[in-house]
Design a protein around this ligand. Structure first.
Ligand code: SF4
Length: 451
């Protein structure tokens, strides 16, 4: 049995499911991004008991009307019906937001929501057509994060300390391999909905946004699909910056000359297309602009995303071959005349050239995108993952290490491995983040002692 299967077995025996974060607490945009990525699946039952399959998730609608256009759904295995899909946190939002009296919503073929209150609610159009409804089940979600547990050593420190180091590593690698397979399965689901290239594009964008801006980056890549951007040729960067909401300021006087030239060139390309895409603009409040290293500023990372679009045939072959050194070499060569020397549009130019996609981002892309995709067809890629060096740690990894290992010296060597970090995170999410008993009812210590 592989370590991943052993970990999966341990997890099944020990995991407590109740305390997952409820998607009803999510922001509407977060819910829509998860739906579009296929996180709830594609097969459902309508509230009146019919089977429904989302044949095509469509595109984010950039015109007035429902959330997703050009979708197609099939009821009871019948022929696919084309139309729009509206997704609301609550079924009653349909009336509250006036959709029942708005003819832009007449083409909706499915109304999806997470809640509907106690009374039965019918979704109807201005023509009094009744629209089939789907009530989403939060339990369909794969990875529900929960609040951070307190950062202190947990009850599993003792059994883990009593185990030989080799076995501890095996547990962590088992959890890491399990995590890799799960990510691979999630990406395969998205590929099923949107195709291999769009999936790669959306997930690389999410990695560039990680972690403070993962949601707006994912929304951007969903709303501006790769196919559209590739056809936009020289407008790629302008569309990305425009829909991101970064081109709203029309007074360029405060900037230095290179920045003025750069922003004006984006503006000139964005304004003729603004009306077409304005409705898709990412709300300002979703962006986190501060509290991160300047090199990670979302505008720099957006420029990196534009470069990936420009070099897409190479990105696609890097995915197909999935050789870590080649991916690192490709990223190190990406250039951008402006961003090579700027942290942000307001910072002074730096004399030293800065990598558009640095080493730590490459590791994240390998661990979260390229290798999970590769593992679906080539299980031997696990070895590449296992040998991947961690380029940075983060607060969650450090808390997880403290919870599981206390101040033990094993932590330092473990945290040098990206796979060990991923294994730690998996255990942390599976057990620590679901525990509400200050470790007392957690079954991980007893299960791991039997490993
Ligand atoms: S919740 Fe479980 S896994 Fe987490 S620190 Fe406590 S005993 Fe260990």
């Amino acid at each position: 049995m592989s370590p991943a299967d052993r970990y999966s077995q341990l997890r099944e025996r020990a995991i407590v499911h109740e305390s997952a974060r409820d998607p009803r607490d999510w922001a509407e945009q977060e819910l829509q991004a998860a739906w579009f990525a296929g996180a709830f699946g594609r097969d459902f039952t309508t509230t009146d008991g019919r089977k429904v399959r989302i044949v095509q998730f469509g595109v984010w609608n950039h015109e007035a009307g429902p959330d997703f256009a050009e979708a197609a759904v099939s009821f009871d295995d019948g022929a696919a019906e084309r139309g729009h899909i509206e997704l609301d946190p609550d079924a009653r939002d349909w009336e509250r937001h006036g959709h029942a009296t708005n003819e832009h919503y007449n083409g909706v073929v499915l109304h999806v929501f997470l809640d509907r209150g106690d009374a039965e609610f019918f979704t109807r159009t201005t023509e009094h057509r009744r629209i089939p409804q789907v009530l989403l089940d939060p339990a369909m979600l794969d990875e529900p994060p929960t609040p951070q547990p307190e950062a202190k050593p947990g009850r599993c420190v003792a059994p883990l300390r009593a185990m030989p180091e080799e076995r501890v590593r095996e547990v962590l690698y088992g959890a890491a391999q399990f995590r890799l397979r799960r990510k691979g399965a999630a990406l395969a689901r998205t590929t099923d909905l949107h195709g291999a290239d769009e999936t790669l594009f959306q997930s690389l964008a999410g990695t560039l946004g990680y972690k403070s801006n993962k949601l707006p980056f994912t929304l951007l890549a969903q709303r501006l699909p790769l196919k559209l951007l590739r056809a936009a040729k020289d407008d790629v960067e302008a569309l990305l910056f425009g829909v991101a909401g970064f081109l709203n300021q029309n007074d360029l006087g405060e900037f230095d000359t290179p920045t003025r030239v750069y922003l004006r060139s984006l503006w000139e390309r964005w304004w003729p297309r603004r009306a077409e895409f304005e409705r898709l603009t990412i709300p300002h409040e979703l962006w986190k602009m501060s509290g991160q290293r300047p090199a990670n500023h979302p505008q720099r990372r957006l420029a990196a995303l534009a470069q990936l679009v420009r070099h897409w045939p190479s990105v696609r072959s890097l995915r197909d071959d999935c050789v870590a050194d080649d991916i690192a070499k490709f990223c190190s060569k990406l250039r951008d005349e402006y961003w090579d020397h700027h942290y942000t549009v307001t910072s002074k130019p730096s004399a030293k050239r800065m990598a558009l996609i640095g080493e730590s981002r490459v590791t994240e892309m390998l661990a979260n995108v390229f290798l999970p995709i590769a593992i679906n067809t080539d299980p031997a890629k696990w070895i590449t993952f296992k040998n991947l060096l961690a380029t940075l740690s983060n607060r969650r990894v450090e808390i997880a290490a403290l919870r599981l290992f206390g101040g033990s010296s094993i932590t330092t060597s473990l945290l040098k491995s990206a796979a060990a970090q991923q294994g730690l995170l998996q255990i942390y999410e599976d057990f620590c983040q679901r525990d509400a008993s200050d470790c007392q009812h957690c079954l991980f210590p007893s299960q791991v002692a039997k490993w």
